[in-house]
Design a protein around this ligand. Structure first.
Ligand code: WTA
Length: 638
């Protein structure tokens, strides 16, 4: 059997789970045996306390994750496709890159990085579209021990600039532009704007994709292709991988929290590798030869873990798609599945719901018989979407895994294992071995038994969990480990049914989940408040048929003589400029005041209810400073 740690029956799951709880160190030490280490884990496998917090897995062991993702497959599987790349335009030729070729590209680009001065530990910001060079850039950083920080191609110059500063990044890898559906995104221009006033970035490497004109700054900007050619001409096809400690940082990925500023979640080499691989092999029940299609963008954690590191460390074939599900038409996913005989499809409920909107016509005459396993991630899936996926895509013979996890988790924490443990629509079901969830009430008291709900926490470390937030460990502590003593708090609410299966009900903090993207309400408010005419704003989420949650903004606006619709347009533009189009409010309501307590705190609960369409039961409003404002807001609801 290719993966000796692949769980094949429900009983085996129960045994593995029990062992993982009784002796977590021995459990993970056994799994770690199946990787390539320069120096194997030995002695203390785990050091931890959630107080500081301090989490160390396999410390002292040495490895390079790229030797696990590339080198170790070369001898037997060098010609196996590592990446199948489907471009945005269905008429453009796809690319199929074998492990041998990918290894060569990564080694060469690692030389390019070195030639340009990148050293172990340097932070490299990657802002690219979904082309194979993005995966190559990530792996090349890992090869030489540089810390990559990928920023999703939809973020604005301002967002990039903040992230560059926070990470003190010294290098950037980008593209001239990126294709996304009918759009053409000028990435390099955005980078140029982000770099105005920046003093830390020494070099920008620009990869060609859309061929839109870009300005190259002498001494700072170089072309990917020219740099690669130079390395190739010198015959530099191999580079020795940098030996890393298991606890050396592998990457930073910024994500939104309930405070205004996104935080840089830090993952390390050893634990992250073991956990993404273990979860990939078990949740998706991957078998060699299968084609795994994760539709996420590599700019998010799902792409990091289940397009790049999980599949590649397992020697799998990972399909990477540059476009969007609805362009040029809503049959795009189905065509890709038939074209490459995809076996595993892993996508977001928001994509399923948007495709549902087109009915089943785009599925007519599509074969889809290669599909064996379906997955969802990123947000709760409603039962209707679950059944539509099951009936029309999986034709009722593909197990669906509903995978719950977070950027901070590195990999899937709660999910059924495809075809091995039971599925239940809209339930993530059971924790993976090594994961110990508990529900607590407001006061942090454990809610025991079944048929209960509470705030979801994890009480024991797993190898893939975050270690810190970059440059600010205290922030990591207060965000995740201070709400409840000795627990990692997820920010999600959950219920546990009569069988002990978990259903994630959504965020209980001020974080929105819009089309599976995490956005902090405070972040959006800060952006809206940047507009000169805005006095104050309050942002809440409301249920949205396709996006899961929509963004509703209440704004106090003081713009003399400005037409309301123009002012709203202006505000949307401001948000796009400060964060990116993904954070644009769906609805903006101008109000003359916000419901506040006498101490000046905005009562979001009331605003949330009104945005949801509730007019009667607004709960206790007796502490309001000016109850009249609520009536006005109710009347003006959009
Ligand atoms: C939500 C994405 C319900 C949840 C991997 C979490 C989910 C946040 C699920 C993390 C799921 C993710 N069911 N909710 N299967 N998966 N979530 O960091 O609220 O982008 O806290 O990581 O998405 O989003 P993030």
């Amino acid at each position: 059997m290719p993966y000796p740690y692949q769980i094949k029956t429900y009983d085996q799951y129960k045994q593995a789970y029990q062992k993982s709880v009784e002796d977590p160190e021995a459990f993970w030490a056994d799994i770690a045996e199946h990787f390539y280490w320069r120096k194997k884990p030995s002695g203390k496998i785990l050091n931890w306390n959630f107080k500081e917090p301090k989490i160390e897995w396999f410390k002292g062991a040495k490895l390079n994750i790229t030797e696990n993702c590339l080198d170790r497959h070369l001898e037997k599987n060098g010609n196996t496709p590592a990446i199948i790349w489907e471009p945005n335009d269905p008429d453009e030729k796809p690319r199929i890159i074998s492990y041998k070729k990918l290894h060569e590209h990564v080694c060469r680009f690692a030389h390019v990085l070195k030639n340009n001065g990148v050293q172990k530990g340097d932070r490299v910001c990657i802002y690219m579209g979904m082309i194979p060079e993005l995966a190559i850039a990530i792996l090349a950083c890992a090869r030489i021990g540089a810390i990559h920080s990928v920023v999703f191609g939809g973020f604005s110059a301002q967002s990039i600039s903040d992230r560059l500063m926070d990470a003190q990044a010294t290098f950037i890898i980008t593209c001239d532009g990126a294709y996304r559906g009918a759009k053409d995104i000028p990435l390099k221009n955005v980078i140029d704007d982000a770099l105005i006033g920046n003093k830390t970035v020494k070099r920008v490497i620009v990869c060609t994709r859309t061929r839109i004109p870009v300005s190259m700054i002498k001494g700072r900007d170089v072309w990917w292709e020219e740099e690669m050619k130079r390395v190739e001409e010198q015959g530099l096809n191999f580079i020795e991988a940098e030996e890393m400690d298991a606890e050396d940082p592998l990457f930073i990925l910024y994500t939104s929290g309930s405070t205004g500023k996104p935080k840089g979640v830090v993952h390390t080499s050893g634990g992250y590798m073991v956990y993404t691989n273990y979860s990939f092999v078990n949740v998706f029940q991957y078998q060699p030869g299968q084609v795994h299609f994760c539709t996420a963008d590599i700019g998010w954690i799902t792409g990091h873990s289940y397009i790049v590191y999980g599949p590649l460390s397992a020697g799998a074939t990972s399909l990477m798609f540059e476009g969007v599900p609805t362009w040029p038409d809503a049959g795009r996913f189905w065509n890709i599945i038939d074209k490459f005989k995809v076996n595993i499809l892993y996508t977001a409920p928001t994509a399923i719901r948007s495709l549902m909107g087109f009915g089943t016509a785009p599925l007519d005459r599509k074969d889809l018989s290669s599909l064996q396993i379906l997955g969802t991630v990123g947000e709760p899936i409603n039962e209707e979407a679950w059944h539509w996926y099951d009936e029309n895509v999986g034709k009722k013979h593909c197990p669906i895994v509903d995978t719950w996890w977070q950027t901070e988790n590195g990999g899937i924490l709660i999910s059924n294992l495809a075809g091995v443990t039971p599925a239940k629509p809209s339930y993530a079901t059971l924790p993976l071995p090594g994961v110990q969830p508990i529900l607590v009430d407001e006061n942090g008291k454990e809610v025991e038994g079944n048929n209960v709900s509470g705030n979801l926490c994890i009480k024991f470390p797993w190898p893939g969990m975050l270690r810190t937030t970059y440059g600010d460990h205290e922030r990591c502590r207060t965000n995740y480990f201070a709400t409840y003593e000795n627990l990692y708090f997820t920010g999600d609410g959950a219920l546990r049914d009569e069988n002990g299966f978990y259903r994630i009900t959504g965020r209980v903090d001020d974080v929105l989940n819009v089309s599976g993207h995490r956005i902090g309400t405070a972040e959006v408010e800060n952006a809206i408040n940047m507009h000169a005419g805005v006095v104050e704003s309050a942002v809440v989420g409301y249920p949205h048929d396709i996006k899961g949650q929509g963004i509703y903004a209440y704004v106090i606006f003081k713009g003399e003589g400005i037409e309301e619709s123009l002012a709203k347009k202006d505000i949307l533009q401001t948000v796009t400029r400060v964060i990116g189009a993904i954070a644009k409010p769906d609805k903006i309501q101008f109000v003359s005041g916000l419901p506040k307590t006498r101490s000046g705190k905005i009562m979001r609960r009331i605003l949330r209810k009104i945005a949801e369409g509730e007019t009667q039961n607004l709960g206790d409003t007796s502490t309001l400073l000016d109850p009249g404002v609520v009536d006005e807001i109710k009347k003006g609801k959009i």
